[in-house]
Structures are given as C-alpha cells and as structure tokens.
Design a protein around this ligand. Structure first.
Ligand code: PLP
Ligand code: COI
Length: 354
C-alpha cells in the first residue's frame, strides 16, 4: 500500500488550552493537546487525513465498535531535545504493528504515508505540547475503530483512524508489586494477544482489580494452558534477571512484540549483559527468589519505559526482590531514554527526527 499524500489539510483550533496545563506536574494521559488527526475509511478506501481541533466525536449507536469491539491502537512518544528538535522512537515499527493488529481484527490496513505524514503534520501543529522536562514526553495514541453501522456480526464497512496526543509524566510512580496469575489469561494460542486490540485490555481489568484488592498493582500473565510460564506484566513485556542473566519470553500468538522489549534485548547485548530469550517458568522464578539468585524483575513498554518490580505474590506467598544499588533496569532505562531524547549517539538508527 503505497498511497501517496499531498499536503494534509489543517484546521486549527480558535482557542488553545495550553495555558491551562502545568507542564511541571504532568500525570499520564489525562490532558489532551489542541489537535488530533482524523481519517475515515468509506467507499472501500481510506479518505484524506486531516488535522482538526481535538473534540468529541459522534457515532451511531449501532456502530460496530460498540457491539463487536473492532478496535486497535498503538502507543508512542514524542520528545524534544535541547535544540527543540522533535524526535520519535522507531515509529515505523508502530505503524507496521498497527496494521498487523488491524489485519487480525479484519480492519482495513492503513497506507504508511497516511500514518507517518499525518503524525508529522499533527506534531508540527502541536509541537508546543511536547514537554521537555526529564521523564515527560508527548504520549501519542493512534487508534482505528469500526464506525460502520449494523448488528450483523461481521466486519464494518466504515472505520475511523485518529491520532491524539497527551503531554504525560510517568506511568507508574515507583516500584510495583505484582501477582502471578493462576486462573485468568489475557491471551491464548490462535487468539489476539499479539495484537494491540482494545478488548485485550478490557479482559485484563477484572483480574487486575482482584489483584489490586489483594494489595498488588499489576498482574503477571502466565500461559493460558498451564499457567506455568511467565508471559507479560500488565500491559508490558517482562524481564527477569537471574544472577547476571537477563531473560525474557519469546514472542508468540499470545505475547505482544514490544518495541521497548526488542530494543532492550539489543541494548543489553551491547552492554555485555548475557541475554536469553526463552520460556521462563514460574517455578524457576520462585526457586530463584528462594535461593537469592533472583536479582531483578521489570516490565518494559512505551508508556512505562522500564518499571522495576519490588516483589511478587504467588499461591498466597509473597516474595521480595533485593534492593540493589546498580540495577540493569536503571542502566538500561537511562540508555534507552538518552537515545530517545538525543542525549547520546544512536548507533542503531532508532531515533527519528520529525
Ligand atoms: N505488552 C502489551 C500487552 C502492551 O500493551 C504493551 C504496550 O504497548 C507492551 C507489551 C509493550 O510494547 P511497546 O514496548 O511496543 O510499547
Ligand atoms: C504503551 O505502553 O504505550 C501501551 O500501549 C500500554 C497502555 C495500555 C498504556
């Protein structure tokens, strides 16, 4: 799909909201920038994308998103360096993954130019919304959903692609305690776990609420078949450090192919860290916690970057992780955010100057 795109129409807001925002105290994903990109699929093709003022949208009550959950999304971040260059991190990987997700949900795939040029046009209009403070960024949420009408349980004939953005601070404040899940699953073989489908997250909320009631913040998802293998941490990929080896599970039908995950694997290797991509059993982690060889566990994803895990619960037992001074989590987080924000060289070609 190589549809080209001419100039993107930009309809600017008459009143900016930017003066109401306290950029020194940003929470995550609660304040929205002035504009959004909007693009409709109808008559069998994607129509020209437009930048428009951020505003509510009107949908027919029979729109298939409400009934059959045809919706996929992405999560990305924009940063500004010291010279006010606007930077993205591996944005083509997000574009490709959005289409992988769309295909699985029978949603028409987007042309690359609509995504990339649309995103660039949006960032140009709202560049003042990109925070410069360390630890803050402009969180970008591209999403596609079914607007086509009807109760027939079949793919819609109309869709909307929107990108909206939110100046954001940290996703989690501090370390999190997690519960290893023994009953519920977020995904299954042949299912949609590898896609960023909205419904995957809805299905996680109830088990996560149960974990929160027990005093944990997140669930560690295990394989749906046996619940013996660790797969993901909430909406993040998971890494476990046993002695000096960093281990993460292989991607599959059930696990999202995270951009942070694959970047960390490469970065860790260049730092001389021994990395293994293989299945991690719960019993191996419990055993390592008991004999002291479990040094770190952390989640990895765009929103949270790297989120260290303080301890985990499993079968009514709690295990604490040691408080180390120099962790892989902190050195890898510094390296990846320094690359993202243009503080260090990027030998991988991951940084994308807008
Ligand atoms: N796993 C799940 C289920 C996610 O929702 C995310 C978030 O995007 C990730 C992993 C991490 O992926 P990425 O690093 O590409 O943001
Ligand atoms: C991200 O890390 O960007 C995600 O999409 C996770 C999200 C559910 C906040």
């Amino acid at each position: 799909m190589n549809a080209l795109i001419n100039d993107i129409e930009v309809i600017k807001t008459k009143t900016t909201k930017i003066n109401d925002v306290d950029f020194d105290h940003l929470s995550f994903g609660k304040t929205f920038s002035d504009h959004m990109l909007e693009c409709d699929y109808k008559d069998g093709k994607w129509q020209a994308p437009k930048v428009v003022p951020y505003a509510p949208i009107t949908l027919d009550p029979s729109a298939k998103i409400f009934h059959y959950g045809q919706s996929v999304f992405e999560g990305m971040k924009a940063y500004k360096d010291e010279d006010d260059n606007v930077l993205l991190f591996r944005p083509l990987d997000n574009f490709k993954r959005l289409n992988i997700s769309s295909k699985r949900l029978a949603i028409p795939e987007l042309p690359e130019a609509y995504f990339m040029e649309g995103l660039k046009a949006l960032l140009k209009v709202d560049s003042d919304w990109i925070p410069k403070k360390d630890g803050s960024s402009l969180y970008i949420r591209p999403f596609v959903f079914a607007t086509g009408k009807g109760f027939h349980a079949s793919p819609a004939d109309e869709y909307k692609f929107i990108i909206c953005t939110a100046p954001s601070g940290a996703y989690f404040a501090g370390k999190v305690k997690v519960l290893i899940e023994e009953k519920y699953s977020r995904s299954a073989n042949g299912g949609v776990g590898f896609a960023k489908a909205g419904g995957n997250y809805a299905g996680q909320f109830y088990p996560t609420q149960l974990a929160i009631e027990k005093g944990y913040q997140q669930v560690i998802w295990t394989d749906d078949n046996t619940h013996e293998y660790i797969e993901e941490a909430g909406a993040m990929n998971i890494f476990v450090r046993i002695n000096n080896t960093l281990i993460t599970g292989p991607t599959s039908d059930r696990i999202l192919d995270g951009i942070t995950r694959k970047s960390i694997i490469e970065l860790a290797k260049t730092e001389g860290i021994n990395v293994e991509v293989r299945k991690i059993s719960v019993s191996e982690v419990v055993e390592a916690a008991k004999n002291g060889s479990l040094k770190e566990m952390f989640g990895a994803g765009t929103a949270a970057v790297i989120s260290p895990i303080a301890g985990f619960g499993y079968k009514d037992e709690d295990f604490d992780l040691p408080e180390l001074e120099n962790t892989y989590a902190s050195s890898l987080k510094k390296r990846i955010t320094d690359i993202q924000t243009n503080k260090v060289e990027d030998p991988f070609g991951w940084r994308y100057n807008v």
